[in-house]
Each structure stands twice: as structure tokens, then as C-alpha cells.
Design a protein around this ligand. Structure first.
Ligand SMILES: [Zn+2]
Length: 422
């Protein structure tokens, strides 16, 4: 029979098809009786025992390998032994080449799909994946970001902390939670931590009291995205109060939700939408005022330098009407509470923001699609070690070799949307 297995030490003697795939019967080729490993005396044949192992699929079908392995017994000391076959992973009941193939695919597809393709139990695939993840944890080290983003995304049932490289747009690390207990050990063991120059986060992050000591050369900048979001939220509060004033007729004409019209920047609206917005502004003058304050606040970030940005903010604050627009007054207070860190935006080498990280919220779709059995650890590994995303824009060549910055965020987002990370 043709040796379709190409595995050292065995040869196929029969092949059968089975409802779940192919069964290949094989025999060992080396029939020399070994010496006893304990006492060194020659051993004797003691029957054959079929062992079942999974092997790589053939003809798109799972393969079960049934190897008739000789057993030997030592008459002297009673020792029983079965000669080792180097291509087997005895613990996984599979050939090493199959385990390798599963390792290569397990972070890129569902465990169930791999189990179906190979005939290996789902739990075995999961165990192989966990071993691989442990190995990756120990061996993969991305370059510490000079400009670091710290943000939260909702993933596998909770808010997770995502550390990003904002200069290269890569994910650097994911932590189970964004709490001091998780962040402190992360900063403590961070390599090259003196190289971090900027940390971009939202207002929650207790960077200064808690983490600044670990990053001696880093300055904090409050993420623009989170600051302007407060202006949008303030406008939302106003809109909820006023939109009921619109007549049914006007509402029909406006068609698009007022929420959408008012939250978008006017530059992103079509001519038709701008007209609809104009109607809203005319019919609800109170909302028009709130809208103007939202837009004026966004415009602060269009200023070319820090001083003019601060002047625009001051003018904005001074024109807020007394006793009205409470949420906008609160926003002004928040800006004062984080004044230096918010206006540090104009001190950074380029305009940095965590806006991209927000796109990673799409990863939640993956955990939903994959269903139960996918822990945070697996989703983290799929994200952090995604081969595809690590290839894109994440490595540069230096004199010493390849430097990796981590998976590329826009690629991860694309993969999550297309289902490639499942
Ligand atoms: Zn012996």
C-alpha cells in the first residue's frame, strides 16, 4: 500500500471510510526487540495493542489513525514497554503535525469548526489553544509605546482596559479590567518605561496619583474624543427636552432624527440635511442655542495653538447664559478641573487621540458570535496575537531585526467586522 501517511516508523496497511471520516490502520516498521529500560536485559514480544490517534485531515475529512503498536515485556523484572513513536503527542492523542496545524489555526477560527474538521474533541482544541497562548505570553513582546493610549472597551461581558500605541495605531496590551490592581502591576513590569513620553486617557484615569511614578518622563493628555463627547452629551440633554415641541408636520419634513442632525458636525451633513437642521433651529430656538454651544466647543479643537484654544474656551464659557444649559456649565467646570491636561493636547508632537480604540468595541460582535465557551483570555489572545493584524504596518526593520508594535487597530476592526477573527 502506498505510504500516504509519510510518518517515520509506521506504514499504512488498510484504509476505511467511516461516517465521521477516514480510518487508517497502520503498523510499526521497526520490529527489533528492545532492551529493558530498567535492567538492560532483552525484552520479549507481548502482543499488540491498537492505539487511536487523530491525524491531519485528508480529502477534507478527519483522519483517525489506528496504530497497532507492539508491547514488550521483560522476563527479568516484569517491566512492560511500548516503543516511542516520535511523531505522536501522547497527551493530546494526536500526531504532532496535527497539534501544530491546530495551533496555527486556533486563534483564527472557532474551536468548534476545528473540532469538526479534525475529529478532535472541542476541549482538546481549547487546551491546545491555552498552551499556545501561554507560550505567546512568554515570547511575544511588543515595543513599548512612546505615545501611549489607555482606554476602555466593552468585551466579553465587562469593560476591559486597552493599552495602545498612538503613534503607530497598534494595540500594545489588554488588561482584564481598568482598575489600579490591574494597571499598577502592568506599569511596574513595563520594559523601557522611561521611554513613554505621553499618556492619553480620559478623565477617569488616576494617572497622576497612581501611575506617574512608574513613567518618569511621561506627561498626561486628556483625550480630545472624551472631552468633546461631553459637549455632545450636554446637547443630548437639551434635545430631549425640546424635540417634543416640533409639530407632526415638521417632524415628517425633518425625517432624519433630530439627534442625528444635531450630533453630527455640520461639515458632514448633506445639503438636504443642512436644510432640515435649519428648520429644527428655527422651530426650536432653545435647541439652536444649545447646538451653537456644542459646535463652539468642538471648534476649540480646531485652534492651531494652545493660547488661542484657551481664549476660545474662555469666550465660550463667558457667553454661557446664567441659570440655563446646566450641562454645559458642568462641562466648563470639568474643563477647569483638568485644565492643564486637556490643553496639553496642543503640546504633543502631533494631534493624538484614542478615537481609533473606540472602533475595537466592534470586537464585542466576535464574542457574541462565538457564543459561550470563549473566555476573555481567548478573545484577548485572538486580538493581541492576530497574525493578520500583526503583519500590517506593525513592524519596522531596524539594524538588529524586526521590531513589533502589536496588532494594527484598523486591521483588527476590519477583521472583526468581516468575521475573520471568529
Ligand atoms: Zn527488566
Amino acid at each position: 500500500m502506498l505510504d500516504l501517511l509519510n510518518l517515520p516508523g509506521i506504514k499504512p496497511v488498510d484504509i476505511r471510510t467511516h461516517s465521521k471520516g477516514l480510518i487508517i490502520i497502520a503498523e510499526t516498521t521497526d520490529d527489533r526487540t528492545p532492551d529493558c529500560p530498567d535492567c538492560g536485559k532483552p525484552m520479549h514480544k507481548h502482543g499488540k495493542r491498537p492505539n487511536i490517534f487523530a491525524d491531519t485531515p485528508m480529502q477534507m475529512q478527519p483522519v483517525r489513525l489506528e496504530i497497532k503498536r507492539p508491547r514488550y515485556r521483560c522476563d527479568e523484572c516484569g517491566k512492560m514497554s511500548t516503543p516511542e513513536l516520535t511523531f505522536l503527542d501522547e497527551k493530546r492523542r494526536a500526531t504532532k503535525r496535527l497539534v501544530d496545524a491546530i495551533r496555527e489555526r486556533c486563534l483564527g477560527t472557532t474551536f468548534r469548526a476545528i473540532a469538526e474538521q479534525t475529529g478532535v474533541a472541542v476541549n482538546t482544541v481549547k487546551n491546545i489553544a491555552h498552551d499556545l497562548i501561554k507560550e505567546l505570553e512568554e515570547t511575544v513582546q511588543y515595543k513599548t509605546p512612546v505615545i501611549m493610549g489607555i482606554d476602555e472597551i466593552n468585551l466579553a461581558g465587562a469593560y476591559r482596559c486597552v493599552i495602545t500605541n498612538l503613534a503607530t495605531n497598534n494595540v500594545y496590551e489588554m488588561l482584564e479590567r481598568r482598575t489600579q490592581e490591574h494597571l499598577k502591576p502592568f506599569f511596574k513590569k513595563l520594559p523601557d518605561r522611561e521611554k513613554v513620553e505621553w499618556v492619553c486617557s480620559d478623565m477617569w484615569c488616576p494617572f497622576k496619583p497612581s501611575f506617574a511614578k512608574y513613567l518618569p518622563n511621561a506627561k498626561l493628555v486628556i483625550d480630545k474624543f472624551h472631552v468633546v463627547k461631553m459637549a455632545s452629551e450636554a446637547l443630548e440633554e437639551e434635545r430631549k427636552q425640546y424635540q417634543l415641541q416640533l409639530s407632526k408636520e415638521d417632524r415628517l419634513y425633518v425625517k432624519k432624527s433630530i439627534r442625528w442632525l444635531t450630533l453630527k458636525r455640520p461639515g458632514n451633513l448633506t445639503q438636504r440635511e443642512l436644510e432640515a437642521l435649519e428648520i429644527v433651529r428655527k422651530k426650536i430656538p432653545e435647541l439652536a442655542i444649545a447646538y451653537n454651544f456644542k459646535e463652539m466647543f468642538f471648534n476649540i479643537y480646531d485652534e492651531p495653538d494652545k493660547q488661542s484654544a484657551q481664549s476660545v474656551f474662555e469666550a465660550w464659557e463667558n457667553s454661557l447664559p446664567e441659570g440655563q444649559l446646566k450641562k454645559f456649565h458642568n462641562l466648563a467646570k470639568t474643563v477647569h478641573n483638568h485644565y492643564d491636561d486637556i490643553f496639553a493636547y496642543w503640546d504633543t508632537p502631533f494631534k493624538i487621540t484614542n478615537a481609533y480604540t473606540e472602533g475595537l468595541n466592534g470586537l464585542i460582535k466576535i464574542s457574541n458570535r462565538m457564543g459561550r465557551g470563549y473566555s476573555y483570555d481567548i478573545i484577548r489572545a485572538k486580538t493581541l496575537y492576530s497574525e493578520e493584524a500583526r503583519k500590517v504596518g506593525s513592524g519596522i526593520r531596524t539594524g538588529k531585526g524586526k521590531v513589533e508594535y502589536g496588532p494594527h487597530i484598523p486591521t483588527l476592526v476590519k477583521q472583526a467586522e468581516s468575521g475573520e477573527l471568529d
